[in-house]
Design a binder for this molecule. Sequence first.
Ligand code: ZN
Length: 63
Amino acid sequence: MAGVPQSRRSHREVRTRRAHWAAHMVRAGACPQCHELRLPHRVCPHCGYYNGMPILEIKEKKS
Ligand SMILES: [Zn+2]
């Protein structure tokens, strides 16, 4: 059976692991096309571009 810890983690191991949670937070960056905030490795929701190519057709803003 999997998923059962073989021994109890020490307080230091737990605290050391939890001290690094901020390092793997997703950081949004500016789109090189429209300079809006956009998640990395995702098609930009503002201009529909990814890797310099138009991927999505962005319809005009509904007013
Ligand atoms: Zn964009």
